[in-house]
Ligand binder design. Structure first.
Ligand code: C2O
Length: 548
């Protein structure tokens, strides 16, 4: 087995975007951070040195971390943060996974700038055609002119939605539709006639995005590092946390600029002041001499879906299917041992006396699953579980909603006042075949929630609008080739049913990948107990685990 070792430093770096200069938290001074590329089966050891006076952690989003939960990264779930001046080595092996994932800070809102691609080169040849000439990566992010720590703190203090970002970015560049950004534009060169594997990652904090390249169709071949049946589309939808690999063939005839616009903008603008601007970059055909972006005006790709194009979003999701071949079988559990139904909601709480609140109706926002707003304990849940310290959490996450839910949400106030704060986790035996039905209650905020599960992939066996019906809806499940991934967009005013093979002992975070919702408590813990065989047991903690 090959071991791959690398040293990364978390450090400040002065960055200018949109004519605003500010110190930004980075890895190795890069924004976005460096790409980490490994081979399937590699042992990876990343030594993180924290050179800032802040706590931090790094999460390997989508890496399964089989038996190595100590290397997963979410603060107070699997580890205590790495303090200023301290070092921690994330040591894990990439087992039976290949494709595009990513890494990001998992402390506060640090992932606003601390993120990068994590690429796993496959052992076997790609199961798709035509052969690819090369690959490149597109990571979407968000830029705030203001200080992200201040924005996060204000959001928690006043209980309102955060300031929306000032720009979306492609590989850190906002592109020429934003002020001062003509020179700060992503340009990718391609050769006419060649096919490229494009690794697309949504690292934005709070928005689902549509993405399209003018005049070019693209073919989806992989999602969240799992191959799919290839399907050709004019655009994609991608939620925060998700990755999508597509094939792009440079088969068009460019105009005199030699360039085609690529663009990303949000799916939903919602009722709150969301950023509904557009980031663009260019696909440059090699034959052209221009190396600068063309002059304005810019025409957005005709194939870019409009804001709130739910029909496109739904059809796109419905087209995703596991590849399901002999080399890459679809291991969806056919029978389940347990079904948990949980609401995913935004909630309102009374404003503390002598305080101003900016949520809604003079109250403050919280968010919850089954009306439990998740509170991170002061030691890591994983450590508490490993040492049998049952005081840090309780294993009694409710397996059913506390009241009859109704997605139409006629009464946002009374039903939501009794959100409980605590650290209640769902605990299952090793090997449990678990189904979780995620029911959006849509009391307040009409938007999709991208729910991410750590330590496991899951199969999306069903999705629908309205209230989940336990008698009727399971009859329509896809148990043949459902998409397998680590982050699912639960349709607004609807539900998604996911099946998990609980085969990874440890403590895992399940949460909304819209960062504001995680901050408000839209999260839960999920414990898988160790099994009987040594390979089914959580390894002991590494000796350099940061103390609390
Ligand atoms: Cu990408 Cu818990 O997150």
């Amino acid at each position: 087995q090959f071991s791959m070792m690398m040293n990364l430093q978390v450090e400040w770096k002065t960055v200018t975007k949109l004519c605003h200069t500010k110190p930004v938290l980075t890895v190795n001074g890069k924004y976005p951070g460096p790409t980490i590329a490994v081979n399937e089966g590699d042992n990876v050891q990343v030594i993180i040195t924290n050179r800032v006076a802040r706590n931090t952690t790094i999460h390997w989003h989508g890496v399964r971390q089989l038996t190595t939960g100590w290397a997963d990264g979410p603060a107070y779930i699997t580890q205590c943060p790495i303090g200023g001046g301290k070092t921690y080595t994330y040591n894990f092996t990439v087992v039976d996974q290949r494709g595009t994932l990513w890494w990001h800070a998992h402390f506060s809102w640090q992932r606003a700038s601390v993120y990068g691609a994590f690429i796993i080169y496959p052992r076997l040849p790609y199961p798709f055609s035509p052969p690819i000439h090369n690959d490149f990566t597109i990571i979407f992010g968000e830029w705030w002119n203001g200080n992200v720590e201040v924005i996060e703190n204000e959001m928690m203090l006043y209980g309102g939605g955060p300031n929306s970002s000032d720009a979306y970015t492609i590989n850190g560049s906002p592109g020429p539709l934003y002020p001062c950004s003509i020179k700060d534009t992503f340009i990718q060169t391609v050769e006419a006639g060649q096919t490229y594997l494009v690794r697309i990652i949504n690292a934005a904090l709070n928005d689902e995005l549509f993405f399209a390249v003018a005049n070019h169709n693209i073919t989806v071949v992989e999602i969240d590092a799992v191959y799919t049946k290839a399907f050709t589309t004019s655009a994609i939808m991608i939620t925060p946390g998700q990755t999508t690999n597509v094939l792009l063939t440079a088969d068009q005839i460019p105009d005199s600029t030699g360039m085609f616009v690529m663009a990303a903008r949000p799916y939903l603008t919602s009722v709150f002041p969301f950023d509904n601007s557009t980031t663009i970059g260019f696909l440059k055909y090699k034959s052209t001499k221009n190396s600068k972006p063309p002059m304005p005006p810019y025409t957005l790709p005709k194939n870019l879906p409009a804001l709130e194009d739910t029909l496109f979003a739904t059809q796109f999701s419905n087209n995703l299917r596991s590849l399901g071949t002999i080399d890459y079988p679809c291991r969806v559990p056919q029978k389940i041992d347990k079904r948990v139904i949980t609401t995913i909601s935004l909630n309102l709480q009374d404003c503390p006396v002598n305080q101003t609140c900016k949520g809604y109706l003079n109250k403050r926002f919280y968010a919850s699953m089954n009306n439990q707003s998740f509170v991170r304990p002061s030691i890591s849940v994983l450590e508490a579980h490993y040492r049998n310290l049952k005081t840090a959490f309780s294993s009694d996450f409710p397996e059913k909603p506390p009241h009859a839910f109704n997605y139409t949400g006629v009464d946002p106030v009374t039903e939501n006042m009794n959100t409980e704060f605590g650290t209640r986790v769902l605990e299952v035996a090793f090997g449990t075949k678990l189904e979780i039905v995620l029911q959006d209650t849509n009391f307040l905020n009409p938007e999709n929630h991208p729910i991410h599960v750590h330590g496991h992939n899951f199969f999306i066996v069903g999705r629908g609008y309205g209230n989940f019906d336990a008698k009727k809806d399971p009859k329509g499940y896809n148990l043949v080739d459902p998409p397998e991934r680590n982050t699912v967009a639960v349709p607004m005013g609807g539900w998604a049913a996911i099946r998990i093979n609980a085969d990874n002992p440890g403590v895992w975070f399940i949460h909304c990948h819209l960062e504001e919702h995680t901050s408000w408590g839209l999260a839960m813990g999920f414990i898988v107990k160790s099994g009987k065989l040594p390979s089914q047991c959580l390894l002991p903690p590494p000796s350099d685990m940061p103390p609390c």
